[in-house]
Write a protein that binds this ligand. Structure first.
Ligand code: MN
Length: 205
């Protein structure tokens, strides 16, 4: 785990108070992972994270991903997270960065689609160039997606857009962010996760 990249993540969290992963855990999988966490913080949003170079590159998407190629979903880059964070579900206590309830809304793997001269263009490079094309294999979100950086001006906050590419999985009718609102890991709603976390606190006392 590159220490430098994660120092900002660690600084902003009190790891003894919060049950989030510390970044020390080791997770090894054949394919790079992706996760979408629904996060009921000061504003409800979806955290879209994909594994690149040993960390989870992250974007906050207020409306969440769409399955309709006509939708362009604003994706604001946020802190890199450790890979182990992909399975974190629970409540980040008040007063901590990102305070609120976190649900693992979707989890799976992805395949990099970008090529140059018949060879895969490394994800690190795609990220730097501001254009990521991936084939996602999740339970709710699947098929080809593009993440594209639109704000390139120096000194301005970068802006990205997440867009579904036209393929067999594209659908203007499916609307998983409104019809599928339970955890892909535990089948719980946000309020059930919150309730269970309160129960856990009482048992710890
Ligand atoms: Mn968040």
């Amino acid at each position: 785990m590159p220490k430098k990249i994660l120092s900002s993540y660690k600084k902003r969290r009190n790891l003894t108070k919060s049950k989030e992963p510390s970044g020390k855990e080791k997770v090894k999988l054949k394919h790079p992972i992706f996760v979408i966490q629904k996060h009921d913080a000061s504003h409800m949003h979806y955290d879209f994270r994909i594994e690149i170079d040993g960390v989870l590159k992250s974007w906050a998407i207020p409306k969440g991903p769409s399955t309709n190629p006509k939708d362009k979903r604003l994706a604001a880059p946020t802190d890199d997270h450790p890979i182990a964070y992909a399975t974190f579900e629970g409540v980040i206590p008040e007063g901590n960065y990102g305070a609120g309830t976190v649900m693992v809304w979707d989890l799976g793997t992805y395949k990099n689609l970008r090529e140059k001269d018949g060879k895969e263009l490394p994800m690190e490079k795609c990220y730097k160039l501001g254009k990521i094309e991936i084939d996602i294999k999740g339970k709710k979100i699947y098929g080809e997606y593009v993440l594209i950086k639109t704000q390139m001006q120096e000194g301005k906050k970068p802006k990205w857009l997440l867009i579904k590419m036209k393929d067999k999985d594209a659908s203007a009718r499916r609307n998983p962010t409104s019809t599928q609102n339970k955890s892909v890991l535990t089948n719980r709603t946000l309020s059930e996760i919150k309730k269970d976390s309160k129960k856990g606190e009482k048992e710890d006392e």
